[in-house]
Design a protein around this ligand. Sequence first.
Ligand code: PMP
Length: 360
Amino acid sequence: MSRVHNFSAGPAALPTEVLQRAQAELLDWQGRGISVMEISHRSKEFIAVAEQAEADLRELLAVPSHYRVLFLQGGATQQFAQVPLNLLEDGGQADYIDTGIWSRKAINEAARYGKVHVAASSKACDYHSILKQNDWQLSKNAAYLHYCSNETIGGLQFDWIPDSGEVPLVADMSSDILSRELDVSRFGLIYAGAQKNIGPAGLALVIIREDLLGRARHACPTLLNYQIAADNGSMYNTPPTFSWYLAGLVFDWLKQQGGLSAMQQRNHAKKDLLYQAIDNSAFYHNAVESSARSWMNVPFHLADKRLDQAFLQGAEERGLLGLKGHRAAGGMRASLYNAVSLEAVQALVDWMDEFERGHS
Ligand code: PMP
């Protein structure tokens, strides 16, 4: 079996052990002569899968009991609308922090449903750092405060949790959930698309404090109403059963790895290795201010962008895939999600060193 080192930003690398288990179970799941994809989501067998996945996620993140966990569809993008449809009254106002492309997508979508106040923006520093909270202009009566904990394209990540006081804090954690320990109790709502650290695409995870349920505006579609999802165990309609099952296998794998403290240590070592390689060289460059550098998505540029193609081709020949930067950013981007090993990062750093020596 030959598996490449996959640095894709998403859909992204999944643990080989998880894929092997899914493969082994595919045709004959639990000795039932059927695959998990082929049974009713309302069967007791599938409900057990769904409940175990939730229980394992709760254990990993130590989710307090007054929070509900929802397994939804529509990706994180649907949440850009679903959050205001549920938490913002007609004519109400919400605060948003702008740290990059994903924050702005959330802002533009929310503006369709109410007043959006951009309380801070990293635009003035070209999205290379995050303003300290003292410099934010928060409003007193915001329905919620929204931020993106990790900007997947810009490679900008909060290493702190904003203090929103009584205002519910809402976070898009699509690209850093489960990558390190987290105090869920600081949040009103956390959401994440699945296809990075959770499982395959097709699922969006929402963790919501119970008192924020039941606030949806009248025009909110039934399927997008958090209360209805919570009342129906995220099965108001047919959920993406295979993605849910696979997310459960990933949660189980994470527990076997030692949980989020172990992932945090591993991810810390991975990002240190790569940023050190970038910083110790005049050939590679990452412009993000050090305390705001993402552990999960590391964009970098070569000294001469005419060499990009040769770098990518050589990388591919060495089994290093998914390194091309986002089309909006250019250059390179290495995504270091949980399923990317330290050995993979070492192989990347070795290739960067070899390429630099061949071109300087
Ligand atoms: N937010 C962030 C931070 C993301 O990285 C992404 C996807 N890359 C999205 C939102 C959108 O996610 P989806 O494609 O699941 O809608």
